[in-house]
Design a protein around this ligand. Structure first.
Ligand SMILES: O=C(O)CCC(=O)C(=O)O
Ligand SMILES: [Fe+2]
Length: 254
């Protein structure tokens, strides 16, 4: 397996974020995402720390999407032009070996924010202090990852981005900053995907005994703090089946 270079100095390591900068040059037409059916949320959602001790950095929400909707999405996403990672990462980039689709789609980001229960979930009194500002929406940069057997995303940090969200009241849009990464797992062992855990390393080094592994669960949302306080993390190698993930980020007003 190729190894990523990452520095113990966080400042240097933060350069790894270049993996995530928008590389879209021309405005692409957004895809016709399947409707959220049945209407969401199907049951009351809540955010829980998957492990004790890191409740201010890693949270999950079970059954954010029902399994049937995940299945519809995977079927649909299979029709999109996913691009396999170029073999050789640029200097300072984390090694990512997967198939990816990226689109700037503010309307879909808004649907994910307003039509799924996510907005209510993050504005709940129990968690609203965590975000470092007032959450106002999701990053329009939507990324879809498919990892097949042998694919993985090596250890890296996610940096923040400055994003302008469309607004009905502010003519030039709402200026925001991304604060937490949001991953929606669309497959898991239930669909035959083995491996692929998202693993966090709290002490800036990839040491097995310190790892916090979040296992795949179909329809589960994983949120983790990014930017300056991002934990070193990786998408562990998929051993069998396919791991499908949708990624966006939580945005706060700046
Ligand atoms: O696929 C995963 O589990 C991790 C993805 C990730 O780290 C990222 O999108 O930055
Ligand atoms: Fe990441």
């Amino acid at each position: 397996m190729a190894k990523v270079k990452y520095s113990k100095s966080k400042t240097t390591a933060k350069k790894l974020q270049s993996t995530f900068t928008n590389t879209t040059t021309a405005a692409a037409t957004p895809p016709n995402w399947p409707p959220f059916k049945p209407a969401l949320p199907i049951a009351a959602l809540d955010l829980q720390p998957p492990v004790p001790g890191y409740a201010d950095k890693i949270l999950v929400a079970h059954n954010f999407f029902p399994k049937s909707l995940c299945r519809d999405y995977v079927t649909f996403l299979n029709t999109l032009p996913l691009i396999t990672t170029p073999g050789r990462p640029k200097r300072g980039e984390a090694v990512r070996v997967n198939d990816r689709y990226q689109i700037d789609d503010a309307r879909f980001a808004q649907r994910l924010w307003l039509e799924t229960g996510l907005k209510g979930l993050v504005l709940d009194d129990s968690v609203k202090h965590l975000w470092g500002g007032e959450p106002v929406g999701l990053n329009p940069s939507i990324r879809i990852y498919r990892y097949t057997k042998g694919q993985y995303f090596d250890a890296h940090y996610d940096d923040y981005n400055l994003v302008t969200l469309p607004s009905t009241t502010e003519p030039s849009g709402t200026n925001t900053r991304t604060v937490w990464t949001i991953l929606l797992y669309l497959t898991s062992a239930a669909e035959g995907c083995i491996g692929g855990e998202t693993v966090f390393y709290p002490h800036d080094r990839k040491v097995a005994k310190e790892e916090i592994a979040v296992g795949l669960e179909t329809g589960m949302l994983l949120l983790h703090k990014h930017g300056e306080d991002c934990l070193l993390h990786e998408g562990r190698e998929v051993l069998d089946g396919e791991k499908w993930v949708l990624r966006t980020d939580l945005c706060v007003r700046r």
